[in-house]
Design a protein around this ligand. Structure first.
Ligand code: CP
Ligand code: NVA
Length: 300
């Protein structure tokens, strides 16, 4: 039997993704009603974190518990991964004892090697190139607030990073248009732009990008691993802060999204992220519900 992994959104087809979002909303409602639903009894998810995390860690651990199973956290420092045990061997060993592996690391290729050697589903909890789990929560949030994303306009203002790449794939798979505004030199990957060319527009103009947008989304200017570029990036991203003036150029009911953690006064102003158009905490909570739907699909 072939094992189903979730390394990018493209590991699921458009109709499965839509069903997953519908299911996430259903699981959220069930959970709010206090229903107990435990299809993953006695199942264990191993979680490998080579980078920090609050949302991903809590949502996967709580999600596994609510579904009747459990999760264990492995950090490279206190496992043999940090001492150089090959990723292939690590995959074979961990997958022989667990029912799924969630990994957050730098290189996307490492996650592909892990998946190729794993006998259980592997879930990408963020790499330098993608953050597909974030997009499940983001699409759930949009659907809850505005219905289907088909035909909608989203605007990405900021760095052409991992989250941006997953948004670009989402634009194709969920049928919306994504206007991307980045400073020169911080554009998203050319290959991913090519793949999604019919669903994205690229520019260096935040004002043009947010025009007619139903959603305005941004992320930190310096992702994990880019800490030493922080000052240089602050200069390069001058003019890219999502503030009230920029939001006022989008549709009047435009939703503001941010995967968090956010840096107020940098990529977003406090009055926007803490203001009435912001859905960032609903978005963060939806990490739990969307990933429960994913765990049910892959592990049950
Ligand atoms: N959005 C997100 O992935 O948050 P964490 O880094 O806290 O997991
Ligand atoms: N782009 C950010 C997302 C954090 C959830 C990073 O990679 O650090």
């Amino acid at each position: 039997m072939t094992v189903k992994h979730f390394l990018t959104l493209d590991d699921l087809d458009a109709s499965t993704l839509q069903k997953l979002i519908d299911r996430a909303i259903e699981l959220k409602n069930l959970s709010k009603q206090g229903a107990i639903y435990q299809p993953l009894k006695n199942k264990t998810l191993a979680m490998i974190f080579s980078k920090s995390s609050t949302r991903t860690r809590v949502s996967f651990e709580v999600g596994m518990r609510q579904l009747g199973g459990g999760a264990i956290i492995l950090s490279p420092n206190d496992t043999q991964i940090g001492r150089g045990e090959p990723i292939e061997d690590t995959a074979k060993v961990i997958s022989s004892m667990t029912d799924g592996i969630m990994i957050r690391t730098d290189s996307h290729e490492k996650v592909e090697i892990l998946a190729a050697n794993s006998s259980v589903p592997v879930i990408n909890g963020l790499t330098d190139d993608y953050h597909p789990c974030q997009l499940l929560a983001d699409m759930q949030t949009f659907q809850e607030l505005r219905g289907s994303a088909k035909g909608a306009t989203f605007a990405w203002v900021g760095d052409g990073n991992n989250v941006c790449h997953s948004f670009m794939n989402a634009a194709r798979l969920f049928g919306f248009h994504l206007n991307i505004a980045t400073p020169a030199g911080y554009e998203p990957s050319e290959a991913i732009s090519q793949l999604n060319s019919e669903h994205i527009s690229l520019s260096d103009d935040p004002k043009a990008a947010v025009e007619n947008a139903d959603v305005v989304v941004t992320d930190t200017w310096a992702s994990m691993g880019q800490e030493q570029e922080k000052n240089e990036r602050e200069d390069a991203f001058d003019g890219f802060c999502v503030d009230q003036a920029l939001m006022s150029l989008a549709n009047t009911d435009a939703v503001f999204l941010h995967c968090l953690p956010a840096y107020r006064g940098m990529e977003v102003s406090s009055d926007v992220i803490d203001g009435p158009q912001s859905a960032v905490f609903q978005e963060a909570e939806n990490r739990l519900h969307a990933q429960k739907a994913l765990l049910e699909l892959l592990l049950a």
